[in-house]
Design a protein around this ligand. Sequence first.
Ligand SMILES: [Zn+2]
Length: 256
Amino acid sequence: MATTEIPIPTRAGGERSIEEERLHRKQRMAATFRLFGKFGFDEGVAGHVTARDPERLDHFWVNPFGKSFKQICVSDLILVNHEGEVVEGDAPVNRAAFAIHSQVHAARPDVVAAAHTHSLHGKAWSALGRLLDPITQDACAFHGDHGLFDDYTGVVLDLEEGKRIGAALGGHKAVILRNHGLLTVGPTVDEAAWWFITMERSCQAQLLAEAAGDPVLIDPDMAAMTARQVGSHTAGEFSFRPLWDVITSEQPDLFD
Ligand SMILES: [Zn+2]
């Protein structure tokens, strides 16, 4: 479908070539892994961030199976085709990453990037089998904009399970996978990363608030208005920028 003639808009209104856009996505992914590592979202070998290739639209870039988020560089990322074969890079792909992310990318052509880890507060919240409530300004980013995959059937290795997760995600920016963890998506890597980071913290906030008492809900009209403010594409991209600045300054080897 895509050719090198298709311009890719940038925030500044300029255009990136296919090669520039591919490198841009991979750099954002490497920075995301370093941030996820810094925030402690890694749990052994679990977790993946994917970005659709800008040219081969049914292929996606993903982290190599078994490498710590804390050490991932641009050159470590591998490209996987629609059949789960590694077509660039010589590391294996996590089968669960392929089963889940291939179906999310297939179900949502608007989605460039998807993030999933077994972060502590996300998986603790997921065990309750509930959507997040609008109890803080930040949590309103997910008000009316996240789904619940209300099932658990073991490690996701089956494409049919990935399809069901894609259906639970629907048109939203995130889905809670019951007894498992969180998954977020975005039209850029920046957004998918930011939504993951802030959703994990919103899970932590609701766990803390409910452990201490009975949180007051923001009323639905106000939550909906706040969602448009803090949950927009612009807000997601903009919120990632300071994190990008910090991690690329602290860990410039991620560009290797
Ligand atoms: Zn998982």
